[in-house]
Each structure stands twice: as C-alpha cells, then as structure tokens.
Ligand binder design. Structure first.
Ligand code: GTP
Ligand code: MG
Length: 154
C-alpha cells in the first residue's frame, strides 16, 4: 500500500521527540518499513528541498537540516492514505497556524524549527523515499498480524 517519507528534524531529535513522534504513527496504525539516523550532506538536503531552491529561506533551511547539532531521523511509513493522513498529523508549516492535536502545534513555535517533515504528495513521497532509502534492501517488506483487516474500510 501507500508509503511516505517522514523525517524528525534536528530540533526534534535534540529535544527528545523521536519516541513521541514514532509513537503517534504506530498508534495511528501505520507500519514502519525503514528508519535511520544521520547528519545529511548538503547535497542530500539541497536535493530533498530542491523545489524551494529559489526561496529566501532556502540556505537557512539547508544549514538547519545539515548543521550536525543533532542528526535527523529519516523514516518510511506505510498504510492506508498515509501521505495525506501524515500531513494532517503533522499540521501546518507555520506552528502558529497548526491545529491543536497536530505534532507542530504540540511541539513547536517556529516555522524555521518545526520539528518534522512529511512528503506532500505521491510524487514527492516517491522522490524522497528514493533519495533517502534508494539502495536495494533499504525498505523492509513485512506484514503485521491482521494488517489487511486493520487497513480495511468496513
Ligand atoms: P516540510 O515537511 O519540511 O517539507 O514542510 P512543509 O511541507 O510544511 O513546508 P514547505 O515544504 O513549504 O517548506 C519546507 C520547510 O521550509 C518548512 O518546514 C520550514 O521549515 C521552511 N519554511 C517554509 N516556509 C518558510 C518561511 O516562510 N520562512 C522560514 N524561515 N522557513 C520556511
Ligand atoms: Mg514540504
């Protein structure tokens, strides 16, 4: 089924939010198929945020993600409608506009330090998963007990 790329950003890692964020995805019913901790290279961060290359905050964004003050935790989550659902769980880019109950509302106060990334479409999910987990064997194929039943609509 559908997969998305989720990343706890360095501020989320250094503030000890990795467990909380993973827990929210697990409790929602999603399946973890890849996870790693790393300090991304400039090249990787620039490719990841390539669509924002011309924006005034681009350099600061790349500096923030690659600083090495803390690593990022990169993940792939799978399940029904996970791309749209995870964006809803994450909340608006600007924490000031994030709805109560969302991750960014609960854990952040700054648009430039907003704790978590999630792919915004099927195409960006495909691109980002390939970028961060592009080697054979990077994604684990497995089925939780009663997976299809849990994902059913009726
Ligand atoms: P991601 O999940 O990280 O991709 O965030 P998003 O999809 O909610 O927003 P978008 O892709 O438009 O921007 C990527 C990241 O750039 C955001 O998460 C912010 O950290 C940063 N960003 C976006 N807009 C602004 C802005 O106006 N000012 C600043 N300082 N940072 C911004
Ligand atoms: Mg985005």
């Amino acid at each position: 089924s559908e997969r998305t790329f989720i990343m706890v950003k360095p501020d989320g890692v250094t503030r000890g939010l990795v467990g909380e964020i993973i827990s929210r995805f697990e409790k929602r019913g999603y399946k973890l198929v890849a996870i790693k901790s790393l300090v991304p290279s400039r090249q990787l961060a620039e490719q990841h945020y390539g669509d924002l290359r011309t924006r005034p905050f681009f350099k600061g964004l790349v500096n923030y993600i690659t600083s090495g003050k803390a690593p990022v935790v990169a993940m792939v989550w799978e399940g029904r409608d996970v791309i749209r659902q995870s964006r809803a769980m994450i909340g608006a880019t600007n924490p000031l506009e994030a709805v109560p109950g969302t991750i960014r509302h609960a854990f952040s106060i700054s648009i430039g330090r907003n704790v978590i990334h999630g792919s915004d479409s099927f195409d960006s999910a495909e691109k980002e998963i390939g970028l961060w987990f592009g080697k054979p064997g990077d994604l684990v194929s497995w089925e939780p007990v009663n997976w299809n039943w849990i994902m059913a609509e009726n």
